[in-house]
Design a protein around this ligand. Structure first.
Ligand code: COA
Length: 263
């Protein structure tokens, strides 16, 4: 669709220019944009050439805005990597369904979207969390960590909050990266922190039960973390050496697409 000057200006009020986010050791591309929900309108979907999904028909503007920002950014990264297809479907569990040949992951807060995209052989999960001091972290920590994990965090982080948010984000990144291989939800208690090195910004999570043939109990995944834009950014980017069943309809692994329809 041709973009008029007015449309372009309006889109610029909504979203800034994509800025590269360096992820050491990552062979794909990662970038972020900030966006302003106060400047969101539904017509931006058309302007930015992102199909409006029916699943957002009753969603609030904040949700519509963050979804748009994430997909708009993801489309730019796919283009940068040479993809002819820039539209990303929505799977039956809410997961993004990437064009054949690509994998990726999206995270957003109320005003920032971050996306990483790589070739399909890369397992990829990225998560960004901003800690709000008004939210107590004791309850969250108890829900996502055992006493051993909490003790390990306490041994390396001076403050409870930083350790809690790092582990929470890391487990969300793990979930996103493994979802194509697992095909279902799994719990925060299905993976345990077994090692953390703040100086290197690395931690290891061990899988505590068989999640799928490709993700058996005892498997250990290395994730990275660092402070970023006033929050905590975590990611898992690893070459997938397993051979999960291919989903022929989508060209991706795991469950198929439930909602890729335009409005
Ligand atoms: C899906 C989930 C991980 C999203 O994390 P979040 O912090 O709430 O939100 P984020 O902004 O970081 O990420 C949202 C994006 O994740 C992606 N996502 C959603 N479901 C996903 C899935 N099943 N697999 C991979 N990515 C998924 C989507 O791109 C979504 O954005 P979009 O819908 O606008 O495209 C989280 O809501 C969830 O369900 N967690 C429970 C499962 C879990 O984490 N278990 C821990 C196991 S150790």
């Amino acid at each position: 669709m041709e973009r008029t000057a007015a449309h372009g200006a309006f889109a610029r009020d909504f979203a800034g220019t994509a800025a590269t986010v360096e992820l050491p050791g990552f062979s794909g591309v990662c970038a972020e944009i900030t966006f302003a929900t106060t400047h969101y309108e539904d017509r931006l979907y058309r302007d930015l050439q992102v199909p409006f999904p029916r699943s957002l028909a009753t969603a609030r503007p904040q949700r519509r805005a963050e979804f748009l920002a994430g997909r708009y950014l993801a489309g730019q990264l796919l283009y940068r990597l040479g993809s002819m297809q820039r539209r990303i479907g929505i799977g039956s569990h809410g997961q993004p369904v990437w064009p054949i040949g690509f994998s990726g992951s999206i995270t957003h807060t109320e005003d920032r979207a971050i996306c990483a995209v790589a070739g399909a052989s890369t397992m990829l999960g990225i998560d960004f969390e901003v800690f709000h001091p008004r939210h107590g972290c004791e309850e969250l920590l108890a829900a996502i960590a055992s006493k051993e994990e909490a003790d390990l965090l306490a041994s390396v982080f001076a403050g409870r909050a930083q350790g809690t948010i790092t582990l929470f984000s890391a487990k969300e990144s793990l979930f996103k990266a493994l979802f194509p291989l697992v095909g279902d939800y799994f719990e925060f208690t299905d993976a345990a922190l077994v090692d953390i090195n703040p100086a290197r910004g690395e931690l290891r999570l061990e899988i505590l039960r068989d999640l799928s043939p490709a993700v058996p109990r005892g498997k250990i995944f290395k994730l990275a973390f660092r402070h970023h834009a006033g929050g905590t950014l975590t990611w898992l980017a690893e070459e997938n050496t397993g051979s999960p069943p291919a989903n022929k309809s989508t060209g991706t692994w795991g469950p198929g697409v439930s909602d890729t329809r335009d409005s």
